[in-house]
Design a protein around this ligand. Structure first.
Ligand code: ADP
Ligand code: MG
Length: 777
């Protein structure tokens, strides 16, 4: 070990020399000068001092003051200066992949290095990390995965959890795990970083850990609310009582009804605002919005109008537009591109910003455009805190963010664009004052703003907890309920119970809440338990490739594009892939395979364009599949690579494997004279989402539809579905006691043990035939 120490010391000395060399170089000095100008620099010594003396420190400061890029770097530099560089290991978590990647690139550049030297990153599917990497930016999920195999974070000296104010589920979860770990690792340092001022909450959670605030400097930003905007830009809204179009009218009523249901204080105020201030453009899009899971009250024409106003009349400076989601961003981008001024590339550089974009595209967002060109960036709420675009002078804030919530009573997730919090609105506004005084256009009346909640509800309290509970078990953290009761804010007992029941039902936990073999395998796969189960069954039954396509598709996003103005064309393009076999999942497989063939002939883009598919999504699916394959092979679930696709053309078997995963996500089908009645156990009647291939059918010749996603938007909609027969449900529907089904299950002696033998894959067909006959009787 003396030799090892010697090596570490020599490497540390090399690191120090290299750092000194950079700091003394011309470029290095310029960079240092910039870094010293950031507000965090003044606190550098105080920060380092506090960290050296306390195990946990909470740091808060305005966005842009230099928390993310500087603080981890201060720690790294001071370790290097103390000739401990090669012995330290700093992990800084980010809630999103894009920030982990862009921040690590920035920090490497500030250190005059390429990424992968002393600074690296790791996110799902991608990473840049070398032998000498001492500061690693990763997503919170990656650190949680590491904890699975390395419970004490051996060798790690500092953990920095960034953006904790967002209260994401993973971050809240990580905090419980770390709190538990700290006594076992007394020398480990934990630093929590937060943008807004609720630092006390975190400090008291860690037994009064010291907090330090970095006073920031931002230029003043002027707020314009809807009423001022209308006045200033001369935009006219149609009063509510003049809308007579049925679709619009219906939509308004629904919106009001939902609001009334929520019975929150905000409802009446918003309702009133909606009555008086109409967003005219809401109307024409109402029906589409409803069918596209995307009811939102942003007037696209209003945004266009405001952007025009800025481009024509205001001083130079980039514009940042906050939208609710990716669909909206794409639709708006298409609309703006057709505009004579905003679509003119010599005057406007129009960019979209989202979590999974390529780095080349990302760079454009940070770069300054040419003189005379105005940069307009359309972004989701991730541009609120995690990424900083410096030249933004104007912010357009639609006031909404797509937020998942969870109805524990019906065990149904809901996805609704909802009003943001005051904290978010302040944050959005602040993005305009980075380099000079800015302007913020809030596209809602001031009274609506005043009724916003102060902070957003933490994600842990508004999402299903299945994956999280599985993780708690695989991390050996004891009883699920006990563990979750230690959270900053604990989820409702009913939500926890739902998740535990679910995991028991799919066979991931046994009666005593212990992890089963299946559960253990599921926890190693980076997808939801039900999708993991599908992968495992796909391996066992040797129909792996199409199953991997389906699982990747369901966990990335739908590659089928449904542009509003070409919805009919897009729908018929998708219907071709379905070939009337009543399955969105099989349609996905065919579309993907068609794309792979087209790619081989260098025709990928044309193929996507013709068939309304997103090439980017298909590529993401492709690389995720590769990762699945490696994981399944490494874990021994795929034993024989040649055989794992023997049955991949067998559509019946694929349906069965889909059932093994998605059950109990199932609804019964009764074909009526003029309509089809669909029911699930929890929700009663449900509807099919219009993008589903089954939505166009007058009759569905299957007694059951399986679905991956249902969501409540006024009514409950099934987003995707696949028809299956009774026997498939009986054989693959998991251990569920539902009257008659249970008897058959017992007869089969437990499906899982039975089918765990790959040799039996062929036997499935015989059994199915027998069962079909049995049911006929
Ligand atoms: P915080 O985490 O406190 O919000 P950051 O550390 O992300 O702040 O950013 C500090 C400053 O570093 C920003 O104000 C910006 O000036 C600069 N900066 C950050 N990222 C980049 C980048 N990719 N390119 C250029 N400058 C950047
Ligand atoms: Mg930051």
């Amino acid at each position: 070990s003396i030799i090892a120490e010697g090596i570490v010391r020599r490497r540390s000395l090399e690191m120090r020399n290299k750092q000194q060399y950079w700091h003394e170089s011309m470029e290095g000095q310029k960079m240092q000068e910039f870094r010293r100008s950031l507000p965090s620099f003044k606190e550098r010594d105080a920060l380092l001092n506090l960290i050296s003396r306390n195990q946990v420190v909470v740091v808060s400061g305005e966005t842009g003051c230099g928390k993310t890029t500087q603080l981890p770097q201060y720690i790294l530099e001071s370790e290097i200066e103390a000739v401990r560089g090669a012995a330290c290991s700093i992990i800084c978590t980010q809630p999103r992949r894009i920030s982990a990647m862009s921040v690590s690139e920035r920090v490497a550049a500030e250190r005059g290095e390429k990424i992968g030297e002393s600074v690296g990153y790791k996110v799902r599917l991608e990473g840049m990390k070398g032998r000498d990497t001492r500061l690693l930016f990763c997503t919170t999920g990656i650190l949680l995965r590491r904890l699975l195999v390395d419970r004490n974070l051996k060798g790690v000296t500092h953990v920095i959890v960034d953006e904790i104010h967002e209260r994401g589920m993973n971050e809240d979860f990580l905090l419980i795990v770390l709190k538990d770990l700290l006594p076992r690792r007394p020398e480990l340092r934990l630093i929590l970083m937060s943008a807004t001022l609720n630092a006390e909450l975190f400090s008291s959670y860690f037994d009064g850990a010291p907090t330090i605030h970095i006073p920031g400097f931002t230029h003043p930003v002027r707020s314009h609310f809807l009423e001022n905007i209308l006045e200033k830009t001369g935009y006219r809204l149609t009063p509510y009582n003049q809308i007579d179009n049925y679709g619009q009218d219906k939509m308004w009523k629904m919106q009001k009804q939902t609001l009334r249901k929520r019975k929150t204080q905000i409802a009446s105020v918003v309702e009133e605002a909606l009555m008086t201030a109409d967003y005219r453009d809401y109307g024409p899009r109402a029906r589409e919005s409803l069918s596209c899971w995307n009811p939102d009250s942003i007037g696209f024409n209003l945004i266009e109008h405001v952007l025009c106003h800025i481009s024509r009349n205001e001083r130079p400076g980039a514009v940042l537009v906050f939208m609710t989601g990716w669909d909206d961003i794409n639709t708006l981008k298409d609309q703006l591109q057709a505009h004579p001024l905003l679509g003119d590339p010599s005057k406007v550089l129009l960019l979209a910003c989202h979590g999974s974009m390529a780095s080349a595209e990302q760079k454009l967002i940070f770069d300054k455009p040419e003189d005379g060109v105005r940069k307009i960036v359309l972004a989701t709420n991730m541009a609120e805190t995690s990424i900083t675009i410096n030249d933004v002078v104007f912010v357009v804030d639609c006031g909404k963010a797509k937020e998942t919530s969870y109805d524990a009573l019906n065990n149904t997730p809901c996805l609704l664009p909802s009003w943001i919090s005051k904290a978010s609105a302040r944050q959005r506004r602040g993005r305009a004052g980075r380099v000079q005084p800015g302007e913020c256009y809030h596209l809602y009346p001031r009274c609506v703003h005043d009724a916003f909640a102060d902070y957003q509800l933490p994600e842990l309290l508004r999402t299903p907890l299945q994956s999280l509970c599985l993780q708690i078990k695989s991390l050996q953290l004891g009883s699920i309920s006990d563990f979750l009761s230690k959270a900053l804010q604990s989820p409702e007992p009913l939500s926890v119970q739902n998740a535990i029941d679910y995991l028991k039902m799919i066979g991931a936990l046994d009666e005593n809440e212990n992890l089963t073999v299946l559960g253990h395998n599921l926890s190693m796969l980076p997808v939801e338990p039900k999708l993991g189960k599908m992968l495992i069954f796909g391996s066992i039954f040797n129909c792996l490739d199409p199953i991997m396509t389906i699982v990747a598709g369901l966990s990335v996003r739908d590659p089928f594009l449904m542009p509003f103005d070409k919805k009919d064309l897009a729908e018929s393009a998708k219907a071709q892939f379905s070939a009337r076999d009543f399955s969105d999942h099989l349609a996905l497989v065919r579309a993907f395979e068609g794309w792979k063939n087209a790619e081989r002939e260098q025709n990928g883009y044309e193929y996507c364009w013709r068939n309304f598919l997103s090439a980017q999504t298909l590529k993401a699916i492709d690389s995720l599949k590769k990762q699945f394959f490696h994981l399944l092979k490494d874990s021994g679930l795929v034993e024989n690579v040649e055989r794992c696709n023997t049955w991949s053309r067998d559509e019946h078997l694929i349906r069965a494997v889909i059932c093994a995963g998605l059950f109990p996500g199932i609804c019964s089908v009764v074909n009526k004279e003029k309509s089809i009645s669909l029911k699930t156990m929890e929700d009663g009647s449900v509807l099919l989402h219009s993008n589903s291939v089954n939505a166009q059918e007058a009759r569905i010749p299957f007694p059951w539809l399986l679905f991956n996603e249902k969501i409540k938007v006024n009514s409950v909609f099934l987003r995707d579905s696949t028809g299956v027969s009774d026997s498939v449900v009986l054989l693959f529907g998991g251990k569920v006691s539902r009257g008659g089904l249970d008897g058959h299950m017992k007869m089969l002696g437990g499906y899982l043990e039975f089918f765990m033998n790959p040799e039996l894959a062929g036997t499935y067909h015989c059994i199915k035939r027998e069962l079909d006959e049995l049911i006929q009787k």
